[in-house]
Design a protein around this ligand. Sequence first.
Ligand SMILES: Cc1ncc(C[n+]2csc(CCOP(=O)(O)OP(=O)(O)O)c2C)c(N)n1
Ligand SMILES: [Mg+2]
Length: 574
Amino acid sequence: MSLSQASSFNELLTNILIEELHRNKIDNYFISPGSRSTPLTSSVACNKKLTKHIHFDERGAAFAALGYARATGKAGVLICTSGSAGANYYPAVCEATADSVPMIIITADRPPELHNVLANQTLNQQNMFGEQVKTFYNIEPPDKNILLKEILLNVSSLIQKSLANPVGPVHINCMFREPLVHTKRKKDFSKNTITVQDWIISEKPFVKIKQTKTNFSIDSKFNNKIPTILIVGALKTKKESKAVMRFAEKFNLPVFPDIRSSLRLSNESRNLISFYDQILLTKMLKTDSAYQVIHVGGNIVSKRLLQFIEKSKIANYFVLHNSLHGYNPHHKMTENKTGSIVKLLQELSKNIQPFETKFLNFMKSCNEKVNRLILQHDYTFTEIAITRQLSQSAVKNSFIYTANSLSVRLLDMFADVSDKNNRVIANRGLSGIDGTIASSVGFAIGSKKRGTLLIGDLAFLHDINSMSLVKKSDYPLVIVLLNNNGGKIFSYLPIAKEKEIFTDYFDTPQDMIFESTAKQYDLPYYFISSTRQFKEIYQKAQKLNQSSIIEIALQDSEVLKEQKKIENELKKFI
Ligand SMILES: Cc1ncc(C[n+]2csc(CCOP(=O)(O)OP(=O)(O)O)c2C)c(N)n1
Ligand SMILES: [Mg+2]
């Protein structure tokens, strides 16, 4: 159907809006039901070129869009009605901004005359996400005075902005007057589309902004004799991790791979110092000698690595990244370059010489020693044993979405390495325990892969609404639910000693078993009471053609004790 044919000005606008998104290859919509958004939803629903995901809960829908974008690098489009609906997007929008994930938010709104008069479901939605979006654009209710050229210019620029480095969420607010429904009788709006006729014929985006090329020059003077570490924080693509490894091998750099770098679970290169976190427990690396650091990518999970940098003499801390900020909580950053990671590494390669291999060889021997000890340890049935077993038994080329915060930390510290090309993803922009189930479903949709969600009991309860998304998804998810009855991450903190307030205010045990949740969503459920049983069931569950819940009930979590035991063995051993 021609873009000049529509049943109303509302339909004319919404068809043109989604056509411009389509021309920018943005075709996945996450829609929540509502009345004021009828023109948007109807245009998307009737467009066969688009993929639609429908979820009644806007908070879950937004996290699903976040997960989808993490997998594809493309923005998902969110559509919701007026009022509090859009406010439910906020946590996912904040995470997307913090971790540079693209997202296009379209909220429907009432017309200006219904604002500030106590009209139903009416909220001031102008710039409602504030600093958390890169840009905001309001579209007035479409009528005979519609300025399509101006609207297209703004919408098109907004799309380009969402995709320009550092990528992030953008917001369009669409005001509509009734009637909202599209009817079958279409009228000719050629008179209104005359100003955008060239765009209609071209089948191209209205504007295409070229990313500006930045000139690369470095001030840092690297000393090739000083021990130099390549810290790899969160990376977004396989291309990036491959480029990092090529760079490390060319320049003889030991790599400290964060769990979100795609490299922590890999054994593909001898430069990978997978157990750097445990090495830092020992006295192998002295804090009184000087180091240089090249940090590629986003933030890191390891607290111990952060503390090591804080305590050590750092001659150079050179950061290459494509997010809003470079990693610098230690305030030791000396140089900061943003842009495409692959290109930045190519440029840096032209400016440095290979480092001495002595430090790399030393780090390799430390890693082997620590790995041997971790392998030999006699594991009791705790979160640590499950996390290790999970990393060993996850099927090839699958993903592990992990919740905050014990789950991601234990994977970071104890996961085993292999050649299985498994990727770990986590919402570490803000490290929230919210929206994890929805994010993992979005990631599965985007990557078109089955995977595992590793999650604690509170994080699971926090997003239990999103089990509807799990149930409907075409990509089976094995939910490994570490039920240790409360927030056991807090038992690592000094507050755990304050017995009178710790349990009620921090640990917050919910005394729940989740068999009935699985029943409610008609999903297979397994209750696990040993690590061996977990291995067996997990392997079986990954072959099912539907999602499942594996609940590991650890009433009296011994995780802290077990970790201390491993740490003592390490300290003694070295
Ligand atoms: C939205 C949000 N609220 C609160 C927190 C603080 N917080 C971090 S971990 C945690 C407890 C998580 O408990 P659980 O999911 O059971 O995991 P466990 O630590 O027991 O493995 C809380 C409340 C947070 N990170 N995000
Ligand atoms: Mg817990």
